[in-house]
Design a binder for this molecule. Sequence first.
Ligand code: ARG
Length: 273
Amino acid sequence: MTMDATSQRFLMCRPTYFAVDYAINPWMDPTAPVDAGLAVRQWERLRQVYRELGHTVEEIVPVPGLPDMVFAANGGTVIDGHAMSVQFRDPQRADEAPAYRAWFAAAGFELHDPKHVNEGEGDVLLAGDVLLAGTGFRTAHASHAQLQEVFGYPVITLQLVDPRFYHLDTALTVLDERTVAYLPEAFSPGSRAALRRLFPDAVHATAADAEVLGLNAVSDGRHVVLPEQATGLAAQLRDRGYETIGVDLSELRKAGGGPKCCTLRLRQGKASK
Ligand code: ARG
């Protein structure tokens, strides 16, 4: 099978001030050591991989005192030239929202402000013509209705049930317009059934691969960039005809993030999707 890669435009934030100073998810242990220099080198490698694949990487200037700002996926949701900014659940991350909002405004996106907790592309993933929206830990269910009004894509609510997979992008990844990969156990029975109906050919990941954040992957429709520790998932994807590229983001995983968390997709419009 030949698969088409689409060139992407991403927003990233260098982990200059990265640290694990507080715990807002089960991955974070503020008493465990973090190698900040290594975190930067791992992040630079991810950026390099995107460039080598022909993608465009934009950067937002990191703000001191915001150690999780590297997780650009939580900065907003950007589709067809519209940017919806975010409202974090936790006060420790609140000041990231205006920084990302200002970036979207300067970049010329039409801005929409959230009325409820909404952690951006961490919980909101476009799969073909459907917006998959997670809830249960971070993004409020009430914000799903606003997403549909702002972007005009039908929104499918997915209930997350395992605190280790607190954002949708830790439990599910969009591989192309038709296919996703996910960890079934991370979802409620009803959400699991809905996913089966929507994506009968989906890749089901194993717990072992999800536990190294293997599903926190970035696909351009052909190449899938994922944590190199997720070897089983990489093999499943290669069987389906994808090319896999493993990256090591072990330091950022100490905050509960992987490649996708570090990457916000800037979708200009249909043509450049
Ligand atoms: N420490 C961050 C938090 O708990 C990690 C965010 C990861 N981002 C993501 N898109 N899953 O908010």
